[in-house]
Structure formats: C-alpha cells, structure tokens
Design a protein around this ligand. Structure first.
Ligand code: ZN
Length: 422
C-alpha cells in the first residue's frame, strides 16, 4: 500500500507543476467525490450532509463537509500549494549574440538554486485571454522539456567547486532557443492553448522541474520529486478528508497559496480566505456570530507543512535529541518563538490522533543557534484563532526543485487525517 499511495502522490505532483494546477487537480478530485463547487461571488445554499469546495485566485482551495448532526466544531487541516519557483517576467525573451534566446526570470520564494542547473525544465501557470470582449483565465502547462539552465564549464571557472554564489539575474536565466529567428515564449503558449498570440493579454507563468518523481533506495524506502513541500501534506490531507467519516465535526481541507513568500496575499494564510469561508459556513447554517466564536473556541487545526529530517551528511545541523528521521512518522514541530503553534495542549491532542490512527509521530525542534523557517499555522491563527498544532512529514533537501522523503510517511499522515476527519 505504501508504493501504491506513493505512486498516487507522484501522479498528483506530476499534474500539479505549480499552484494553479494543484488547486485545479484537487477541485477535480473533490468534485468526482460528490463535492459541490461554490463560487465566492455567489450565494451559498448550504445543507446538512452537504460537501463543498471553493477556490480563491484559482491557486488556493478549501473543501469542507457539513455533518448531518448539529456540531459546534471545525476540524481543519491546512497546507500550501506553492513551492519556490522562478517566475517568468513580462517581455521575457533576451537575445544573445543574435543566436540564443533566453528567458528573463525572477525568483519566487527562498530556493536552493544549484539544483535548477542542467536539468530539463518547462513552463506552467495561467494566462488571461481576450475572448469576445471579456477576460478569460486559462491554465497552461507546456508538457514537454522546454528550457534548461546550463552550468558554466569547470574550465571557465576553476573555483566552481569551492562554494559558488548565484546571481539570479545573471546565472539563472534559462535557454529557450537557438538560431537566427527569435523564439517567443508566447507563441509556444498560444500554440499550446490553441489561441491567437494577440489574444494573450497577461500571464502568471513559472519554471518547473520536469524530472519525474521516483521511488529508490536499498529497500525502495525513499521517494524523490519536485514539490514534496508541501504537496505531500496537501495530498495526504485530501486523501484523509475523502476517507474520513466526517460525522462529528465540520471537516475542512484547506490549501493556501504563497506560503513561500510570507502568506500575505488574498489567497495566503494571512488573508481572510479561511476566515471568510468559516464565517459563511457558520452563517449559512443559521448561526449567530457568538456561536461562530464558540465554535472556534472548540475547534482544532493541524497546520501541515513538511519538516527537516536528519541529514546523513550534516547530522550536526540538527538538534542533538529531537531530529526526525525519514519514515519515522509524522513530525510535531515546536518553536519557543512561536514560528510554530504547537503547545502542550495541541501536541497532546495530535498525539491522541496518531495513537488512535496507529501511526508514529516524532519531534522536531531547531538547533538553538539556527532560527529555522516559518509556516502557515501561526499566520493563519491571527485570522482564525484556535488550538493549532504544526506538523509535517520528514524530508531532505527542502526547497530544492527535487526533494526527498519517505514512502511510509505519506501513509501515516493519510491515516492520521482520516482519523482526524472521523
Ligand atoms: Zn512548506
């Protein structure tokens, strides 16, 4: 079952090169399972026993189900749809010596840059078209090896193995074409969408890694792929939500965008997307504002974003005691400075969920001299305060375009999510 579920995860990631496609894939999956799509622009008629899915910006998604019985509780699992990428700038083509066409890009999020070199990449995202005087949004994924960022040969920089620093404006511009004719990216996008190039008005397009995910290791215990942070958690949350019985709480699967750039957008964890949705659920069920506040006080959120596993070559970078390992189970993350929401209460609740689900959990705390990263739990709590635990699945090479995790851990989180949503 580990391999079957890992293959399913890799298939989901393959279809979700950037956040727009990830949200679209999840929407499809929920609709196939009887969830009704709600537009934020329209009135919601919610019913007991109903299952719904809503999107914002086509890049963040919330699926929720209302149980038959009266319940004053939200059970929320939150994750994120974005990863560090390179975004294609406007007017991206740059000509070199009237021979090469390369693309002008800028970084999105804090990425490891070195692994972007010398591997096939492509372009995905969305474009806005002019269609009969109206604006139309279309998702696009150029599903072939399209561009590459070639390294400089060792002969031209003998210092290359002694710690390189990268300048994204100089070193990271991907090569698109070669020849006297200037290749235009928008021609390729127009062809892909079967539209006229002139009808493409604007775009949100990103580079993504084309290297397919793989299961590997002496006992096939590892999985490597693009975007494990955080699609591994988003996928496990979705699978757990679909499997859970959802009888005793309003189950909420929430995948927000822009975590990698601080969450402060209309579709990020700092936005009102989750709050607005919870308020509309509350109001739609005929409840008062006081009842909403009572509901929040009795609710629980699992903020699920991948965690650092002990690195085989850098064990000294981990806390001497609390260093999670690959395939060791769900990671509960603690931080004294409250980058993570976990406290004694929420950790105890999460441990209870893991125990009932029959899965292992382990602890992550940063070394006291390494500040570590941030995530969406505490940011989301400023909009929607409730008991929250920060967790993740253990992985290596976080924010590389090709990350490594364990085949067993996805299953553990699916089982815990199923228990949580039951
Ligand atoms: Zn993350």
């Amino acid at each position: 079952m580990y391999y079957e579920i890992t293959e399913k995860l890799l298939d989901f990631i393959r279809k979700s090169p950037v956040s727009f496609q990830a949200a679209e894939e999840m929407k499809k999956r929920f609709e196939e399972n009887g969830y009704q799509y709600l537009s934020e622009k329209e009135h919601w008629n919610l019913e007991k026993g109903g299952k719904y899915v809503v999107m914002r910006n086509h890049s963040a998604l919330i699926a929720f189900s209302v149980p038959e019985k009266d319940t004053m509780r939200f059970h929320i699992m939150a994750s994120h749809s974005d990863s560090p990428f390179f975004k294609i700038k406007e007017n991206p083509e740059i000509r070199v010596e009237n021979t090469y066409t390369k693309l002008n890009v800028e970084g999105y999020g804090g990425m490891l840059m070195a692994p972007w070199f010398d591997r096939p990449l492509s372009v995905a995202g969305r474009v806005i078209l002019r269609n009969d005087g109206k604006l139309e949004e279309r998702l696009v994924n150029v599903d072939r090896d399209l561009v590459m960022i070639p390294s400089l040969a060792i002969h031209m920089n003998r210092e290359a193995n002694k710690g390189l620093s990268y300048n994204p404006q100089k070193d990271l511009l991907p090569l698109l074409g070669c020849g006297s004719e200037k290749k235009a990216l928008m021609d390729i996008i127009a062809e892909e969408l079967n539209v006229e190039r002139e009808d493409i008005l604007t775009h949100d397009l990103f580079l993504y890694n084309r290297m397919p995910g793989t299961i590997w290791g002496a006992d096939r215990e590892f999985v490597s792929s693009a975007r494990l942070d955080d699609l591994q958690c988003a996928f496990a949350s979705m699978e757990g939500m679909l499997r859970g019985l959802k009888q005793d709480s309003i189950a909420v699967h929430c995948v927000l965008d822009n975590e990698e750039v601080g969450s402060a957008t209309k579709q990020g964890a700092a936005s009102t997307f989750l709050k607005d949705t919870l308020r509309r659920i509350n109001d739609g069920l005929g409840r008062s504002y006081e009842e909403y506040l009572m509901t929040l006080a009795d609710s629980f959120m699992i903020s699920a974003d991948n965690a650092h596993a002990l690195h085989p070559n850098y064990a000294d970078k981990a806390d001497p005691v609390n260093h999670p390992v690959i395939n060791g189970g769900i990671v509960i993350k603690y931080n004294a400075n409250q980058k993570y929401c976990t406290d004694a209460v929420s950790a105890a609740m999460l441990r209870g969920i893991c125990e009932r689900a029959g899965v292992n959990c382990q602890i992550f705390v940063n070394r006291s001299d390494i500040p570590g990263g941030s995530t969406l739990g505490n940011i989301s709590n400023t909009q929607v305060p409730m008991n929250t635990v920060d967790i993740g699945l253990p992985q290596l090479a976080m924010h590389s375009p090709y990350e490594t995790a364990g085949v067993k851990d996805t299953w553990s989180l699916i089982k815990a999510a199923e228990e949580f949503f039951s």
